[in-house]
Design a protein around this ligand. Structure first.
Ligand SMILES: [Mg+2]
Length: 348
């Protein structure tokens, strides 16, 4: 089949995610084909990325063949190269991610296969999930045995707030559960070193984004300091080129590419190729959303998917219908063709 139209739109969000995070600025990319199937993808980069897709990528991609995963990789390479002067990282690659995922969705629909089948088939059963957010107790009630809580460093008092939150999270997950901490780049080497000592009794599985993604050497030096807690990160890195730099620096124990930002599934597969050689486990950021979940199911990603339940009784935007939800702390992609979700047009 041939691609006849490519467009992007920024949804009309009513509720920002009910947690500590800022808005993800996610966009929807739509790919239409002469076979009558329409693919939808989810990207980052907000209204700027919408412009990149509508005013540049569309003219590059319309008319291209879309008959195989190899065709998608060829389109990825061509769009990456054409956008390279202003791209390589950030908004342009977030836009490319949405395009790549829309191509996978369209191909899956055309072949009547879920995306994980396009990738060689499921290699895991229901995927073990962790709940990210500040309501560990509720996540425990929902059946999760793993959680990650946010912690922002604002000053000395935050050694106590970290211990306090770790106490609640460990109690909610039980001794055999998993507890992780996401600092969203607010700790530094000194804070991480002190936290490693203070939090030892809580057996934290990983500290995430303790530094900015540019501080690769600092993170490499923290790996033995924090051990056995892992130094994790990668949601703010892009493509296999970016992860090759992380590998060269030996910066991280565990990689967390965001499949809707890092360049889609095409980039995710290439990042996995590097990780396999380096012996680094990969657990995609927001991997419980279908875009990452199909890759986790069909690859040697860790058996671990991030789910964002938000806070108890909070309102949410339902942009996609048909999304799988976690049951007893596990989540599986559906076998509906493509990513198996339908866009809620009321939000456009
Ligand atoms: Mg994070």
């Amino acid at each position: 089949m041939k691609i006849t139209d490519v467009s992007a739109v920024y949804p009309n969000y009513q509720n920002v995610p009910a947690s500590w995070r800022t808005h993800f600025w996610q966009i929807v990319v739509k790919v239409e084909t002469d076979a009558g199937v329409t693919g939808y993808g989810y990207g980052g980069g907000g209204r700027a990325a919408v412009e990149v897709v509508n005013r540049h990528f569309s003219e590059l991609v319309e008319g291209c063949d879309l008959n195989s995963v190899g065709d998608i990789a060829a389109i990825w390479d061509s769009v990456y190269l054409e956008s390279l002067p202003y791209g390589r990282k950030g908004v342009a690659v977030m836009a490319l991610s949405g395009l790549d995922l829309a191509l996978f969705d369209a191909l899956g629909k055309a072949e009547g296969k879920p995306v994980y089948e396009l990738l060689g088939g499921a290699r895991k059963g229901a995927i073990f999930s962790y709940a990210t957010g500040a309501d560990s107790q509720w996540y425990g009630e929902l059946g999760f045995k793993a959680t990650k809580f946010p912690h922002r460093w604002t000053g000395e008092a935050d050694y106590d707030t970290a211990v306090h939150s770790a106490t609640i999270a460990r109690e909610a997950m039980g001794d055999d559960g998993m507890v992780m901490i996401d600092t969203y780049m607010s700790w530094d080497s000194d804070v991480t070193t002190r936290m490693s000592e203070l939090l030892k009794p809580f057996n934290i599985y990983w500290f995430e984004d303790v530094c900015t993604p540019d501080e690769l050497d600092a993170q490499a030096q923290l790996r033995p300091v924090a051990s056995p807690t892992l130094i994790a990160g990668g949601e703010h890195e892009f493509t296999h080129y970016g992860f090759a730099e992380i590998a060269r620096a030996g910066a991280l124990d565990l990689w967390q590419p965001d499949i809707t930002w890092c360049g889609g599934i095409t980039a995710g597969l290439r990042i996995l190729d590097i990780a396999r050689k380096e012996g680094i486990p990969v657990a995609p950021h927001r991997g419980g959303e279908v875009w990452g979940l199909h890759l986790i199911a069909a690859s040697d990603c860790m058996d671990l998917a991030e789910v964002l339940p938000g806070m108890r009784d909070a309102s949410r935007d339902d942009l996609w219908t048909g999304e799988p939800s976690a049951e007893n702390g596990h989540i599986s992609p559906t076998d509906t063709p493509g990513f198996g979700v339908t866009l809620n047009e009321d939000m456009l």
